[in-house]
Design a protein around this ligand. Structure first.
Ligand code: GSH
Length: 234
């Protein structure tokens, strides 16, 4: 049995999708990051970086329990465990891995910063520089994906893989991110193909009913989440 430490965000959605795709049994444990639960000492033992997702697999390598954090590492772990969604051929595998790392090192952080400044930065400060920087970077990254998908059925190659599972949840808000599918026919085709997969539907249905403190977090809880105010490092 795999213990999944989760809530609702795109990085967590990736792991729900993967677990539903490979049909490994899992148990959810909600870590409400809007209440500061990522800083519970018991959770820090699982992820010293205090972030979700993380998994504990009771039947890891050699039959021993293993803990894995970082969504990219979790996707690779589950792909290797299930023997699915990562090619066996070395060249094809690196194609998948480079697009997986493109997601974890570019799409995730840049889209995340864009969302932060758009939705959560103090409204009484001038954020125009940050907004322009991250809007441009978000649009540039979508352009990279559109161009890749003009030449390739999926991000990682001819077949659906963990590279697509990683990127898909981050593109669900493309309208809010200022990107229209009508201007990006290859992204539109790719998104529809993934969105229609039964495992993806099952995963997103599970995520949709998870309750969190996101809408009700008080100012101190938001400061803690964003490491600002009394939580800022000098
Ligand atoms: N690079 C990490 C990012 C994980 C991450 O940022 N998780 C967010 C939710 S999407 C989180 O736990 N935030 C809590 C916090 O930053 O305190 C991954 O891909 O797993």
């Amino acid at each position: 049995m795999i213990d999944l430490y989760a809530l609702t965000s795109p990085n967590v959605q990736k792991i729900y999708i993967m677990l539903e795709e490979v049909k490994l049994p899992y148990k959810e444990h909600f870590v409400d990051v809007w209440k500061g639960e990522q800083y519970d000492p018991d959770f820090i033992k699982i992820n010293p970086n205090s972030k979700i997702p993380a998994i504990v697999d009771g039947e890891g390598p050699g039959g021993k329990p293993i803990t894995v954090f970082e969504s990219g590492a979790i996707l690779i772990y589950l792909a290797e465990k299930a023997g699915k969604f990562m090619p066996k051929d070395a060249a094809k595998r690196y194609d998948v891995l480079q697009w997986l790392f493109f997601q974890t090192s570019s799409i995730g952080p840049m889209f995340g910063q864009f969302t932060h400044f758009k939705m959560f930065a103090p409204k009484d400060q001038d954020n125009s520089y940050a907004m322009a920087r991250y809007q441009t970077e978000v649009k540039r990254l979508y352009e990279v994906m559109e161009q890749r998908l003009a030449k390739s059925a999926y991000l990682g190659g001819d077949e659906y893989s963990i590279a697509d599972i990683a990127a898909f949840p981050w593109t669900r808000n493309h309208d809010v991110q200022g990107v229209k599918w009508q201007d990006n026919p290859n992204l539109a085709r790719w998104f529809k193909a993934i969105d229609e997969r039964p495992a993806v539907k099952a995963a997103l249905a599970k995520v949709a009913v998870i309750k969190s403190n996101r809408e009700t977090a008080n100012d101190d809880q938001k400061d803690r989440f964003f490491n600002r105010g009394r939580y800022a490092r000098a």
